[in-house]
Write a protein that binds this ligand. Structure first.
Ligand code: GLA
Length: 346
């Protein structure tokens, strides 16, 4: 195990940024930058021992600053959408910026993915990133302290521990927005990846991908990933939820509770496997429908559906859906959650 710290230049505003390279004895290497607390690369072997980068991203800081796809980033204060950019809490109404049509997405335009986090290395395999978001930032009440710890394990797993506190009643929903492509091949799509998700239901959405409040069963629909299925097998079927989102871009209601295995991605050509574990009640499965030949690392160009996200989270628009698991955080409480991506081959 080792961690190497490298200078990664300065933001346009002059803040210094670092890149942290975590390596284990299994040949896995993860790079994290403290701009956006973003996972910049994940190098893992395939079934023949060939190592490739399976995370989308950029080579240089100016590209991360210009990027609009949230590659690798921690998104907050509220991952996913808040309808109309409005919510109320304890009888007070709040407005947060509309940056996705009429709705607020991923904490607003100046969300956590745009911040330089304070980094601290722990031992030879953990990196803790801290961000203090002032009261009123992007419209959210309370000074929020977010702590995200990335740990690289000996079993080729990248674990993300979240810890959030506040000094006034507020809402919070953090996630990691890494785009995976387990081929590691430039220009490849994720349509041949087989996905399994332990979810019997998903949060149905209406216009603007805002939840209707209904939790339909996946059974008998192209939303069903209870058995491993190629992502591309049904993605273009005439099914309202797929049509509205332009592919998969939905929150799945995960079966069970507590820290558990919630799914797996298998890429049959190179044999890489990624298992996902989380304590969260939901996961946004996004099939990269907004990617359009985006220039990325080392001259790669990421095509339409060239990466997939499994964003573990509380459900979208929870502050306006009282029967969804609560995203309210109060002073004196500490919100914790944990997600891991474990890599192997088959
Ligand atoms: C999430 C959203 C998508 C899209 C991506 C980023 O997955 O649900 O609609 O905004 O982030 O492009």
């Amino acid at each position: 195990m080792s961690i190497t710290t490298l200078s990664y230049g300065r933001t346009a505003a002059g803040e210094p940024v670092q890149l942290f390279r975590l390596a284990n004895a299994g040949g896995m290497e993860v790079e994290i930058i403290n701009y956006g607390a973003a996972v910049a690369s994940i190098r893992v072997p395939d079934r023949d021992g060939n190592i490739a980068d399976v995370a989308l991203g950029y080579d240089t800081l100016p590209e991360w600053e210009r990027g609009t796809s949230y590659f690798g980033a921690i998104v907050g204060r509220f991952g996913n959408r808040i309808a109309g950019g409005r919510f109320s809490l304890d009888g007070r109404d709040y407005r947060v910026p509309a940056n996705d049509g009429d709705h607020s997405l991923h904490g607003g335009p100046d969300g956590f993915h745009r911040k330089v986090w304070t980094a601290e290395v722990f031992g030879d395999n953990a990196l803790q990133l801290t961000l203090v978001s002032p009261d009123g930032e992007q419209g959210y009440p309370g000074t929020l302290t977010a702590q995200v710890t990335y740990t690289l394990g000996a079993e080729n797993e990248l674990t993300i521990d979240y810890r959030i506190t506040t000094d006034a009643p507020t809402i919070a929903n953090l996630t990691n927005h890494t785009y995976f492509n387990l081929t590691g091949d430039d220009g490849a799509t994720i349509l041949g990846h087989k996905l399994r998700l332990a979810a019997e239901r998903y949060t149905d959405t209406g216009a603007g991908l805002i939840p209707t409040g209904e939790l339909p069963a996946v059974a008998g629909t192209p939303m069903d990933f209870r058995h491993a299925t190629p992502i591309g097998a049904r993605i273009n079927e005439a099914f309202p939820a797929l049509g509205a989102a332009g592919g998969y871009d939905h929150n799945y209601v995960l079966d069970g509770e507590g820290y558990r295995l919630i799914g797996e991605v298998y890429e049959p050509i190179h044999g890489r496997v990624m298992e996902v574990f989380t304590t969260e009640p939901g996961v946004q499965f996004y099939s990269g429908n907004f990617l359009r030949d985006e220039p990325g690392k080392g001259g790669a160009v990421y095509p339409y559906r060239g990466g997939l996200c499994l964003e573990t989270q509380h459900f979208p628009d929870s502050p306006n859906q009282p029967h969804f698991p609560s995203t309210v955080l109060r002073p004196g409480e500490t919100f914790t959650s944990k997600t891991a991506y474990r890599f192997s081959t088959r």
